[in-house]
Design a protein around this ligand. Sequence first.
Ligand SMILES: [Zn+2]
Length: 326
Amino acid sequence: MVVVCAAALLPAALRLAESRMRLASMRRQAAARPYRPGGWPAVLSPPVLARYPLAPWRVGVQAGHWKIEQLPDELSRLRSSTGARYGSYREVDFNLEAARRVAAYLQAAGIEVDLLPATVPPGYQADAFISIHADGAARSGVRGWKVATPWRSSPASRELREIMAAVYPLFTGLPEDRYGTTYNMRGYYAFSPHRHRHAISRTTPAIIIEAGFITVRRDREVLFGEPDRIARGISAGLVRYLSGFDPLDPLAVAVHTYPAMRVVADQADLTFYPEEGAKVAARLPAGTLVRPMHVENGWVEVVVWGNRRRFGWVRETELESLSGSS
Ligand SMILES: [Zn+2]
């Protein structure tokens, strides 16, 4: 039983105020003596200074599939991707309703919001970007939400994902679809500035949420019956994230790339999560080539070369780097 508490946004708002006070005091210190924590640039560019710290945060909220038929030519193959359906329930209607409500909550909290359709402005920059979707599945036994970052993600994107995954279920009571994240979620077209012009900047912290299954009655009752719980959950996650986000730390939004790797152990476990005992998705024979996406606590997140259905985590000790490639 999850108790949804309307006051739960309040601590987040207080933390936001606290963090702004902290930043203001850091600024005073910086004025009193040269002060440069690790990772900060020696000189800040005028645009960064101009929006710090008095300007409100800026967040892009995308209603998935909304006006999909207006995608530019470079994305024309996706114009028919109108989203999930169940009887008269359409994913795009849910996405737009949720996105509008999230935008209203964020604006009420003093945050600047761009409510975005399927087409993202080229190189879109913001303090956070979220694409809102809902899932559909023909098979039974599935339920719940999932949140994913772009394949190559910054620490800021991963932090945003973790916070959203912690906050969203508190408000909605929906379970996590723990093994449901797909390759296409991570490789979402709007996340991919190396492939499309109409995509967010690589340094914009970003996530995509599948808020629940419109094909599942218990999920649908919340998605369509109580959209305000969805919107408050997403808004609270974003506000909590922004309260800890330091716009002056370039490392937080930096995206690391790694050279290709090869499996050296025979039948190396490819797991769903970077931890011992995690569920195994597949076993990889020695010699398998993989594309590394992220390294964490002795585990490497990889996609098997040429097989988009095979991705997950491999122990770092079971891989070798192919120097010179990327
Ligand atoms: Zn969708």
